[in-house]
Design a protein around this ligand. Structure first.
Ligand SMILES: [Zn+2]
Ligand SMILES: [Zn+2]
Length: 115
């Protein structure tokens, strides 16, 4: 996450299609969820495409969770992970983890204190 500005001083380029992305964060709205993405760099079209491909269902409210948004992570008994929104609108059901939903896989996630 530290190398976002390492390369060219000018415009960044979409990692999917290579188009110049001058305005960041990239903002899209998908299924009522707003996504603001600083890194990696995607143009709005590609980000929307990724949302369609990689969104997961929220285990709590049943809504979609687009990639590159904060998620709560629940571990089911069978070792599968379930995801919940990390928004006040969708109050977590006591999730012990939160993380960052990436492109098809979960990125780093950290345990948070139960409260
Ligand atoms: Zn693109
Ligand atoms: Zn939810």
């Amino acid at each position: 996450m530290q190398d976002a500005t390492s390369a060219s001083p000018g415009a960044d380029h979409c990692e999917e299609c290579g188009v110049a992305v001058r305005q960041r964060p990239t903002c899209v709205e998908y299924e009522g969820e707003e996504i603001f993405l600083f890194h990696p760099v995607f143009c709005a079209d590609c980000l929307l495409g990724l949302c369609r491909r990689y969104s997961v269902a929220c285990a709590n409210c049943g809504g979609v969770i687009p990639p590159y948004s904060m998620v709560g992570v629940l571990k089911a008994d069978n070792g599968e992970r379930q995801y919940v929104h990390m928004t006040t609108r969708c109050t977590s059901v006591g999730s012990a983890f939160h993380g960052y939903l990436g492109k098809g896989t979960l990125g780093r996630f950290v345990q948070v204190e139960a409260c």
